[in-house]
Design a binder for this molecule. Sequence first.
Ligand code: ATP
Ligand code: MG
Length: 203
Amino acid sequence: MEEQKGSGKRRLGVMGGTFDPIHHGHLVAASEVASQFHLDEVVFVPTGQPWQKSHKKVSPAEDRYLMTVIATASNPQFSVSRIDIDRGGPTYTTDTLRELRALNGDADLFFITGADALAQILTWRDAEELFSLAHFIGVTRPGHILADPGLPEGGVSLVEVPALAISSSDCRARVAHGDPVWYLVPDGVVRYIDKRELYRHDC
Ligand code: ATP
Ligand code: MG
């Protein structure tokens, strides 16, 4: 369902993620939602130490932050926030949205998340509060069928993004096997992964 402009408030998209590394799936999803929902800006928010993935190895926050900056720098509608990285500790979406609300009192927030994450939404802490802080937009991605998690009506929209079967896990595995990630991630991110020798020794 397409949201209409009208309230006159700034419309701020929020794309949270581990971004280990950021890839073209993330960028296309943000671009598509920005277009369909008439967003003024999308802020990418790399997580601190993600609690969902705390059992896995996650690259240093500064590397994930810099790759996100490199990938988004050329788009005037995209920006990157350090709030989750600088807060330290595990990232909770309520904290992210509360802080962004405090920093952007003039804006309506639209939290963009993959269908896979949306399906788990009710397992998050403070789910009720989340829906009062932002409108939630679930983007479909190949291989993830939308379950009906019993989400509150009006609080969530679903958007189909052009199918891009790209995931960060696959990009990491490719680098570990010596396979190319050209055109799966932006050129500058390929160079950065190489320069910092990320993912090479993952398996
Ligand atoms: P991993 O493979 O490690 O889980 P990921 O590719 O899912 O990584 P995340 O940083 O976890 O990347 O993703 C951030 C957000 O972007 C999540 O909500 C995720 O569902 C969504 N997302 C990831 N890849 C795509 C894609 N190809 N198309 C649309 N959304 C995506
Ligand atoms: Mg994921």
